[in-house]
Design a protein around this ligand. Structure first.
Ligand SMILES: *Cc1c(COP(=O)(O)O)cnc(C)c1O
Length: 398
């Protein structure tokens, strides 16, 4: 079946077939024909394109896709298809990948700590003009490696937020405290063609008020700095549904952000967002095979060192469904835990994952909402680095 492609965890997928794709297959049909003994990653390009289009049309500003969330070329193409033209990159490799795929993309280098070589390459080879910083050292580095910026530099100061409410709190690592951010805005102003302030509330943040509060803090910093600011970047963190989470619609978040931004009264300033998860989570799943059953524990061929990192300690409740191409399936349901294939006893996912009570060796399980922070976190640990990648036309599991 020509749509199936194999790859290892660490090498990029090469497209072997560029011809216009026929109608995409369904997951169940592929499993029935291929009977995959390796994890099978299923991309739903139409789902990603629709989610991206929804965000671009609903967000009252510019949408930058956070590439780290899923850098698969098929995903990037679907995001582009949905109307995204701006990309939040955090490494030289991400910058080069996006530039190769989309010569016209606007790329923003949003990692607060960059190597000098990465800055130089982004600036001179890939036409990147916007860079984030949260220290005076990084400001000096950016100015030096871009030859003073030649009057074209966009500089965005990353503001630290107090520990927040997101499932993944990211307040501990990056960001300048408010007083430092004031000083950085003043120091960066003379170097910048356009100056911005950014923050990130943390990932899978279910509370729209988190953005309202962060915008209020951003406003205090901008007023204290007393310099003109052209960009306010509200970061990512927009939530998606899991079995145990049904977030408010994105419109509720956009409304808070719009109101919070208007309250800052910054005429001429642009609003940016850096969504990752919200654009791509529903557009990816992985099909694993049961290799052994021991009571309520299923030993499957993917785990926390593969695409299921967030099902481990973070304990995300991913939706699941059983695929048994032939034979009946029991009516009753039961909660199972999963063990991944590596020898590490930490390679377990407690779930519970609700499946038919007669799950047995040889069955397949599709695990959904894995388009974000799934396949991109895979490692080659213990030799379990083989997986398949296929594009399908199925609806998302949730
Ligand atoms: C990871 C990250 C994002 C994307 O976060 P999501 O929760 O996937 O939306 C955006 N901005 C920054 C700075 C990040 O680190």
């Amino acid at each position: 079946m020509s749509l199936l492609r194999a790859r290892t965890a660490v090498s990029p997928l090469r497209r072997r077939f560029e011809a216009a794709e026929p109608v995409l297959p369904r997951v169940d049909d592929l499993v029935a024909v291929e009977r995959p003994e390796e994890p099978m990653h299923c991309l739903r390009p139409a789902v990603i394109a629709a989610a991206s289009a929804g965000f671009v049309q609903g967000f009252p500003g510019k949408t930058l896709y956070a590439v780290k969330c899923n850098p698969e070329p098929g995903v990037l193409r679907a995001v582009w298809e949905g109307g995204v033209r701006h990309f939040d990159c955090a490494s030289a490799a991400e910058v080069a990948l996006v530039r190769t795929l989309f010569p016209e993309a606007e790329i923003h280098f949003m990692h607060p700590v960059k190597s000098r070589g990465a800055i130089r390459e982004a600036w001179s080879r890939h036409g990147v003009r916007d860079f984030v910083l949260d220290t005076a050292d990084e400001l000096a580095k950016i100015v030096a490696e871009t030859g003073g910026g030649e009057g074209e530099l966009g500089l965005v100061v990353r503001l630290a937020l107090p520990k927040g409410r997101a499932v993944y709190d990211l307040s501990g690592k990056f960001g300048a405290a408010p007083e430092e951010a004031v000083a950085l805005l003043r120091a960066a102003r003379p170097q910048a063609k356009r100056l911005g302030l950014s923050f990130h509330v943390g990932s899978q943040c279910l509370d729209p008020l988190a953005w309202r509060e962060a915008l209020a803090l951003a406003g205090q910093v901008i007023r204290a700095a007393g310099v003109a600011v052209e960009i306010v970047d509200v970061g990512g963190g927009f939530p998606v549904a899991y079995e145990d989470a049904t977030p408010l619609p994105l419109g509720a978040f956009f409304a808070e952000i719009e109101a919070g931004f208007e309250a800052l009264a910054l005429p001429g300033a642009e609003l940016w967002a850096e969504p990752g998860r919200a654009l791509v989570a529903a557009g990816g799943s992985v099909v694993v095979q049961v290799q052994q059953r021991r009571g309520d524990a299923l030993y499957v061929n993917d785990g926390i060192y593969g695409a299921l990192s967030d099902a481990g300690l973070p304990g995300f409740a991913f939706p699941v469904r059983l695929i048994r191409p032939e034979g009946e399936v029991a009516e009753g349901r039961r909660g199972f835990m999963l063990f991944g294939p590596t020898c590490d006893s930490a390679d377990r996912m407690n779930g519970p994952f609700w499946l038919p009570e007669d799950v047995r060796e040889g069955d397949w399980i599709e695990i959904g909402q894995l388009g974000a922070y799934g396949a991109c976190l895979r490692t080659g640990f213990n030799g379990f680095d083989r997986a398949r990648l296929v594009e399908v036309r199925d609806a998302p599991l949730l």
